[in-house]
Design a protein around this ligand. Structure first.
Ligand code: GRF
Length: 210
């Protein structure tokens, strides 16, 4: 049996995606993976509290704590090394990951976005704004996307998507809730496929710049 995939989760907020992935691991739905580190830029992140509750090393690491970006990146890279991380899972991480970390974890870092990329993605397209834009465009279908992370927002290779309907009376908040439920299925499922080797991240080339 191959070694377990060691995952680091980066999260800034309530961490419901982190929780969904953790539940999938704890219930045995994902067998070959374990979350061994949670990093947040926000000391009050729900994700850190959840990590502590489950005995997972939880770190508040913010750029503000360091004199330089180099020192900040060194800290994060050191922690990733120490925990033998082979996959970084961004789950509501509201900071752009520094290029040196992206390069070091090329094809080893994934993100989830609450829309069907490449539509409704890019700089400034996060949180409720995504769902406002989907409704304003008159879309009848939205969904969630898991993609590799490269150095442009929401730009790396799409790995898996799952759709959900947009109904005429939806408010952005109602749509956001529906999509979040989709995310809670899609993210664990993607990680299951990666962990069991069905979805290999090895052979992706960088997508062309847009
Ligand atoms: C999700 O909607 C995700 O798509 C986006 O940030 C949100 C995080 O939610 N990147 P949570 O912290 O996992 O509850």
């Amino acid at each position: 049996m191959p070694a377990k995939l060691n995952i680091a989760v980066f999260a800034s907020g309530k961490g419901s995606n982190f929780r969904a992935i953790l539940d999938a691991i704890r219930s045995g739905r994902i067998r070959n993976a374990q979350i061994v580190l949670v990093i947040s830029n926000n000391a009050d992140a729900g994700a850190l509290a959840t990590a502590v509750e489950f005995g997972i090393p939880a770190l508040h690491v913010s750029r503000k704590q360091f004199v330089s970006e180099d020192a900040f990146c060194e800290k994060i890279l050191g922690e990733l090394d120490n925990h033998h991380i082979s996959l970084i899972v961004l789950a509501g991480y509201m900071k752009k990951v520094e290029p040196i970390i992206i390069r070091r974890y090329k094809n080893r870092m994934i993100n989830i976005h609450p829309a069907l990329l490449p539509a409704f993605g890019g700089k400034g397209m996060y949180g409720i704004r995504v769902h406002e834009a989907v409704i304003a465009a008159g879309s009848t279908i939205s969904g969630a996307t898991v993609h590799l992370v490269d150095d442009e927002y929401d730009h790396g290779t799409v790995l898996l998507q799952k759709t959900a309907p947009v109904f005429p009376n939806d408010t952005p908040e109602i749509l956001a809730e529906r999509i979040l439920r989709v995310e809670h299925e899609l993210y664990p499922e993607t990680i299951r496929l990666i962990a069991e080797g069905t979805l290999s991240l090895d052979n992706y080339q960088a997508a062309p710049r847009t």
